[in-house]
Design a protein around this ligand. Sequence first.
Ligand code: NAG
Ligand code: NAG
Ligand code: NAG
Ligand code: NAG
Ligand code: NAG
Ligand code: NAG
Ligand code: NAG
Ligand code: NAG
Ligand code: NAG
Length: 636
Amino acid sequence: MLSGISLCLLAGAAVLVEASTIDIRDQGLEAFIQAERKIALQGVLNNIGPNGSAVPGAHAGYVVASPSKDNPNYFYTWTRDSALTLKMLIDEFILGGDKSLEVYITDYVHGQAVLQTVTNPSGSLLPSGTGLGEPKYNVDGTRFNGAWGRPQRDGPALRAIALITYANWLVEQGQAAKAKDVVWPVISNDLSYVGQYWNTTGFDLWEEVDGSSFFTTQNQYKSLVDGAALAASLGVPCAACGQAAQVLCLLDQAYWNGAFFTANVNLKSPNGRVGVDANTVLGPISVFDPAVASCADPSVQPCHSRALANFKVFVDTFRNASLYPINAGAGPARGVALGRYPEDVYFGGNPWYLITLGAAEFLYDAAEQWARQGRLAVDETSLPFFRELYPAAAVGVHERCRKSGPFRAISDAARAYADSFVAVAQRYTPASTGALSEQFLRREPGTPLSARDLTWSYAAFVSMAQRRAGLFPPAGWTSAAPRLPSSCAASSAKGVYAPAAAAGAPNVTVGCVRNVLFAVNASTYYGENVYVVGNASALGAWRVADAQPLVASNYTAQRPLWFGQVALEAGQTVAYSYVREENCGQPWLWEQGAGANRTVVLPACSKEEEENGTGEEPFVVTNDAWVGPVGSSGNC
Ligand SMILES: *[C@@H]1O[C@H](CO)[C@@H](O)[C@H](O)[C@H]1NC(C)=O
Ligand SMILES: *[C@@H]1O[C@H](CO)[C@@H](O)[C@H](O)[C@H]1NC(C)=O
Ligand SMILES: *[C@@H]1O[C@H](CO)[C@@H](O)[C@H](O)[C@H]1NC(C)=O
Ligand SMILES: *[C@@H]1O[C@H](CO)[C@@H](O)[C@H](O)[C@H]1NC(C)=O
Ligand SMILES: *[C@@H]1O[C@H](CO)[C@@H](O)[C@H](O)[C@H]1NC(C)=O
Ligand SMILES: *[C@@H]1O[C@H](CO)[C@@H](O)[C@H](O)[C@H]1NC(C)=O
Ligand SMILES: *[C@@H]1O[C@H](CO)[C@@H](O)[C@H](O)[C@H]1NC(C)=O
Ligand SMILES: *[C@@H]1O[C@H](CO)[C@@H](O)[C@H](O)[C@H]1NC(C)=O
Ligand SMILES: *[C@@H]1O[C@H](CO)[C@@H](O)[C@H](O)[C@H]1NC(C)=O
């Protein structure tokens, strides 16, 4: 029996070579992919500073989400979109050998080292890393100050994953010193952030839901295990990496509901959604490791039976022709246009290119994992997924070595199914330009919508095309993967943060700080925002453009509360006031009278506090009430 298996695996090696050359059934699709892949790669590069033709003003290494400056304004650099884009470019650089891409990578390393030190409304790098959770910055690398869904905790994990891929390549090229001295310090800050905050809530990848998010948890896990393997090879410590086992436990326990992965849990406020969300299909492709030894690995790879079952539930949700008329009449195992989640109303709630392409990538990835493992297992959970591809599918293990039989038939059907999602994207891509916006209309004619030339759409096209062409990222963490704990526990590792000086970060320093929770009662209309401004740099030095935005997540009619926490240097008196940002371009409103003369006293730190830092607890909680003019809606 044992020798039978190894013979089977040997025979399978030849099949693997065939795998990437079969299934070109649609020459039209093949030609489209070849042409569009070049357009998409150029589309990405056009959106990166300093030379990107579509984004004048962006500084070196900053990836702009889209050149669109209004309706919607995406002319910012998001940590998440940038990291996913760079992961694609780093793969392209390593797998495709395009040396001209390395300058984008080194610019990115430098640019992110600097951004890590920029104090922003989420906080600062020092002393406790809170600023790393900031979702987006201006394209010149300065802080973005508007009200926003923050913090977002997937960004540091995704940035670490991208940079670890590059650092591993440097090590293989004999440049371990550069990996250790220049790149690792940036990664280390991000891993510290993940290890410290993975067990607290934040906003999801769509920037709407405050809670724990499947995509975020999954990427946090990958960052810590890949980080542990890199740290070991560089001979550096990674205290945060020890959190990986508990992150895996949360991933395993918190999201699966027996039928699909609930995208967001631990919600701060109910969101009225069923929980079916592209979040849970994009996560597995983001953490994809072609060399994973088993599809049962709890990291939830694309070939995991829960991931496959979840994929079917997600795709079937969009087969509903009342929801997406554009998908009417698509038969089983034929690709359809896919959006974020069924309740979506943003820009009308339409299909997204990057999600439709992500579905294709998901299937290419799963097929590759079956091929490398030489087998695929069908269980009760994944049976409906497999039946759609191959109606005779039954629970059991199918070996690749059989020339005809379920393994071949299912793998071929999965790749054909993947191709049919690409064909959907092709149908709604403007033939004359190949330009990919964010969305396309959910009914015919499927007109492109929302932000034009979306960097993430282009990056998703290229990574899909890499996988389809048989280009897979190098093996990741398997050596460092922890065992799934028998019971889950809340935990956190205190992070160690320092500016990544060798990568060009400025030498920011911090004295001892006191956390202040500003809380003010201020009745506001929908669309009006409240900020705190004062004579400390974290409070904008009296400039409203740099004021600290407050949040209204606890606002009720009884208690119209706006609040936010800010770390301020200890040992000083700080003057502050609240300001209202009005809608429709009306001027800001300032407090008057007593409201114009508020102060808070922050005692100096003891020697011990200087050494240990003063922790997370707010030192002072203000209890203020707005004094001054009340705003009115501009009705624009
Ligand atoms: C941008 O242009 C400058 C000047 O030609 C060049 O030195 C630099 O390498 C370019 N950067 C990128 C990312 O292409
Ligand atoms: C923290 O971890 C515990 C144990 O896994 C889990 O029950 C809880 O939901 C987690 N909370 C957050 C916000 O991650
Ligand atoms: C199909 O979509 C419509 C419109 O969103 C919705 O009201 C209906 O419940 C959906 N049907 C199913 C079976 O989910
Ligand atoms: C950074 O500044 C601090 C305080 O001014 C100083 O003690 C430290 O040596 C500096 N570090 C570097 C790397 O220049
Ligand atoms: C907001 O509400 C949450 C949940 O009730 C509570 O834990 C938190 O302390 C509140 N925050 C403030 C500033 O009142
Ligand atoms: C800020 O204002 C307070 C109160 O007027 C004053 O004591 C403090 O010195 C000021 N701080 C700075 C940095 O000007
Ligand atoms: C501001 O408040 C301080 C302390 O309450 C008081 O001494 C001072 O006169 C006030 N200044 C103004 C302009 O109201
Ligand atoms: C400061 O850190 C030291 C060493 O970790 C610890 O023994 C001490 O209890 C800490 N003090 C405070 C006030 O947290
Ligand atoms: C703010 O509102 C709460 C709830 O009504 C009240 O208890 C508190 O005293 C108010 N604060 C001020 C400064 O008026």
